[in-house]
Design a binder for this molecule. Sequence first.
Ligand code: KG4
Ligand code: ZN
Length: 334
Amino acid sequence: MKDRYILAFETSCDETSVAVLKNDDMLLSNIIASQIESHKRFGGVVPEVASRHHVEVITACINDAIESAGITVSDLTAVAVTEGPGLVGALLVGVAAAKAFAWAHDLPIIPVNHMAGHLWAARQVRELEFPLLALLVSGGHTELVYMAEKGDYKIIGETRDDAVGEAYDKVGRIMNLTYPAGKEIDALAHAGKDVFNLPRAMMKHDDPALEFSFSGLKSAVINLAHNADQKGETLDKSNLAASFQAAVLDVLIAKTKTALATFPVKMLVVAGGVAANQGLRERLAAEITDIPVVIPPLRLCGDNAGMIAYASVCEYNRDNFAGLDLNAKPSLAF
Ligand code: KG4
Ligand code: ZN
């Protein structure tokens, strides 16, 4: 059979990324241009700034991805692109670039859901087996997804308010850490102790078993910091980070265990930016031992086009192609 090469685009938030995947599992290149330095001073991603940066670097990323893959444009079989969810202006840059490239080189376009991309990043580690359960934890989403088979995504639980990554970033702001704060809180947590007894939401027996809520936890940290401030005390940053992280991880692990007990599966995938969390990785390894737990390597946990390429394979095999009328879908769900 002829080799298949997919050129994938990801621009849903603050990373401009283009990748080349050969056949099902050979990621030949995965160029990631991060804009984080431009957003840090605002304490979050500024949509307009994000779109402008994507426009500036997307062409260089395309050329880099093709060149570092060691192929030429004529080798390509298809173009894949994140159609949503994400920031509309940011998504539009990737969608427009992918459509222009596909039109110019007469290639089919594969539309990909960004969260399916996070999940399929696990394909870098090993072949996925179905049924599977995925815990997807990122800056914008926190969801448990059941996949009976390839391409069949069913959300069985999600957050009612903040996403986990969002909670990390908001708590980081209270602690005067730079955005995004997940990695730093994770590191601080390792040096501290869970002494502040922060709330674990949605854990009572009559609460929805697979739903999450993290906004109360964020408010509890705000109150703690405010009370300490009024008393002229300073909170120990490591202990605060450890207490916050323990509360988050207790909930993530408990809900995942409940989901696994309700939906027997062959493997658990844990993916998204927060899957980079060392504390989460340690607890998963210690507490979920009866099925394989597949977590993408660190570089594939954050946003990147490699994950979009992996996810596009299954759409390609199902002939799920888009026309040149493809549009960005900022609130796309599974
Ligand atoms: O998946 P991602 O790169 O972008 C979205 O699609 O949202 O996730 C970014 C999020 C940020 O909120 C960041 O703080 C968080 O992932 N994050 C972490 C860690 N590394 C990144 N959260 C906790 N622990 C980490 N080590
Ligand atoms: Zn993401």
